[in-house]
Design a protein around this ligand. Structure first.
Ligand code: FMN
Ligand code: SF4
Ligand code: SF4
Length: 252
């Protein structure tokens, strides 16, 4: 079983490709939380790095997993550049439940938060070449049952961010906000939001306080009506992994 969290489809695309390679099923971490998965011999976790850490939502969901200490557990993490403390944190959360991670690795993909800094994630499509070869390596190593811990070290800076109010401050740089004049009340953002953090009132989207900064709502809004940190995002800046379509994000 491969459990995933994904905002713009990068992590979902990898979870699916590895599922094909390893003949596994894919399940959202939200669906997996609270379920008895102790019968699963192999458990994979695929999720992104946000703000030098594992996403807040992942850090909330992982402690709710029921896994067997004898399962072979692995982590593959996506990032724009570096994973910082993300793998260390999730390994630590699993260790508290007596579950050891036997393998971890990272894959670089277009940075979905580039829009928050006025850059276009689609300009980073060159990363897909390396992505493909890294994915093949990871698939081969997992199929062979290799035990290797890549990028699993402790990063004090990442730890500091997730253990202080710094995370909220960094999150504010990627804070979504609705431009009501542009919103047509289609409800797509509310269906895409993994945190159920968007409600529709009077045919306008309203964002609550449970954001995990995945930016799914921003990238999938058909009207570009969700701003990031107060800045409007152009259609050509909207990004999702090319293998993943809106319908895939709605299935969760
Ligand atoms: C709010 C936010 C913060 C991010 N922070 C980092 C980071 O600290 N380091 C990094 O390498 N990538 C960072 N990224 C890029 C994502 O890790 C990368 O695009 C990831 O593949 C997104 O996966 P997803 O589409 O499954 O959500 C960030 C993305 C977002 C939305
Ligand atoms: S997806 Fe965009 S247009 Fe549709 S309800 Fe959300 S903000 Fe409004
Ligand atoms: S409100 Fe938008 S950015 Fe925040 S969790 Fe929901 S979809 Fe992600």
């Amino acid at each position: 079983m491969i459990l995933y969290f994904s905002g713009t489809g990068n992590s979902l695309a990898i979870a699916r490709r590895l599922a094909e390679r390893l003949d596994e099923q894919v399940m959202s971490l939200y669906d997996a939380a609270g379920k008895d998965l102790t019968h699963e011999k192999r458990i994979g976790l695929v999720f992104p790095t946000y703000n030098l850490e594992a996403p807040k939502a992942v850090r909330t969901l992982v402690p709710q997993l029921h896994l067997s200490p004898s399962s072979h557990v692995w982590i593959v993490i996506t990032c724009g550049a570096q994973t910082n403390n993300a793998i260390w944190t999730v390994r630590s959360l699993l260790r508290k439940q007596g579950v050891r991670v036997g393998y971890c690795h990272k894959i670089r993909v277009p940075d979905s938060s580039a829009i928050a800094f006025g850059r276009n994630p689609n300009d980073q499509a060159w990363k897909f070449d390396k992505f493909a070869s890294r994915l093949t390596t990871i698939g081969d190593e997992l199929a062979a049952g290799r035990k290797r811990l890549h990028f699993a070290g402790f990063d004090p800076f990442g730890w500091l961010i997730s253990h202080t109010r710094l995370e909220e401050k960094m999150g504010a740089l990627a804070q979504p906000g609705v431009n009501e004049a542009a919103c047509i009340g289609c409800g797509i953002c509310a269906k895409v939001c993994p945190q159920e953090n968007i409600a529709l009132t009077d045919k306008k989207a309203h964002i609550g306080n449970a954001c995990t900064w995945c930016l799914g709502c921003v990238h999938f809004c058909p009207q570009q009506a969700i701003m990031v940190n107060g800045k409007t995002v152009a259609k050509e800046q909207q990004y999702h992994h090319p293998d993943i379509q809106l319908k895939d994000m709605l299935k969760r």
